[in-house]
Design a protein around this ligand. Structure first.
Ligand SMILES: NC(=O)c1ccc[n+]([C@@H]2O[C@H](COP(=O)([O-])OP(=O)(O)OC[C@H]3O[C@@H](n4cnc5c(N)ncnc54)[C@H](O)[C@@H]3O)[C@@H](O)[C@H]2O)c1
Length: 260
């Protein structure tokens, strides 16, 4: 077990990639705080972990509520006495064209997907410093942070580009406190958020992927365990794209025959 007795807070831990990470980290011996929007979903995952013989607690919150962020850290300390790993997985996206975005929609996507990630990481880091221990922050980004997608979700794209950069800057600034910050940026992954159950959408999204399939959420677990493990002490500020080669295909795609 690579994460025995480590304590991991996983936002978005009740569904999709976050769910896979909650189960995968529990299998590696970590104690999990399943922190997501709806209590029922958190409890279901906690029960799943307990049935496997693991330890976990549920915590329902909107990550953009900074007061609730403090409460989830308190609940973690009350349950497990410390924290070691933070996975920022929760995000919110809305499909809208550039000319349709309202200030309210922009703010909501940024608040949930980027601002919450930053401030929860900041509070987590203060606790790691107080504990005089080592911390691991893993942000879930997206290929949307470096490429365009249609239909467009521009505020989400901006938040994911921000996630990749914030990872780099936090990684550099927090290294002196024994805190590493890394990012996993998935390509299209089977989950409720990706609407992968819609066959037309699935076929469209997988056209540009060499294996012609989306990722399974469980495929994000091994790289996340690697970033969280003791062996990864010297890796920080990095983004690993787990996208089946989609970016290479996208960037290296054949140019249509343009007339001079
Ligand atoms: N699925 C994909 O194709 C894909 C691709 C690239 C990146 N990602 C990223 O992976 C992460 C997870 O995506 P997913 O597809 O597994 O999503 P999902 O819809 O299956 O799950 C989202 C989770 O986030 C939680 N959540 C949403 N808003 C929240 C809020 N305000 N406060 C607290 N929790 C909140 C939900 O409760 C749920 O647990 C996101 O960061 C997403 O941007 C997903």
């Amino acid at each position: 077990m690579k994460l025995k007795d480590k304590v991991a807070i996983i936002t978005g831990g009740s569904s999709g990639i976050g769910h896979a990470l909650s189960i995968g980290f529990a299998k590696e011996g970590a104690k999990i705080v399943v922190a997501a929007l709806h209590e029922e979903g958190c409890i279901e995952v906690v029960n799943e972990i307990k049935e496997m013989g693991g330890e976990a607690i549920p915590f329902a919150l909107d990550v953009s509520d900074l007061g609730k962020q403090e409460e989830v850290l308190e609940a973690t300390l009350n349950a497990f006495g410390k924290m070691d790993i933070l996975i920022n997985d929760a995000a919110y996206s809305r499909r809208e064209k550039v000319l349709e975005v309202t200030p309210e929609s922009w703010d909501r996507q940024m608040d949930v997907s980027l601002k919450a990630l930053f401030f929860l990481s900041q509070s987590f880091s203060k606790q790691i410093i107080k504990q005089k221990s080592h911390g691991r922050i893993i942000n879930i980004g997206s290929v949307a942070g470096v490429m365009d997608f249609h239909p467009v979700s521009i505020a989400y794209h901006a938040a994911k580009a921000g996630t990749i950069h914030v990872t780099r800057v936090m990684g550099a600034d927090l290294a002196k406190y024994n805190i590493t910050v890394n990012c996993i940026s998935p390509g299209s992954t089977v989950s409720p958020m990706s609407k992968s159950q819609n066959k037309k959408y699935y076929d469209y999204m997988t056209q540009g992927i060499p294996e012609h399939r989306m990722a399974e959420p469980e495929e994000m677990v091994p790289p996340a365990v690697m970033f969280a493990s003791d062996e990864a002490e010297y890796i920080t500020g990095q983004t690993l794209f787990v996208e089946g080669g989609a970016l290479a295909v996208y960037l290296g795609r054949e140019e249509p025959d343009f007339e001079a």
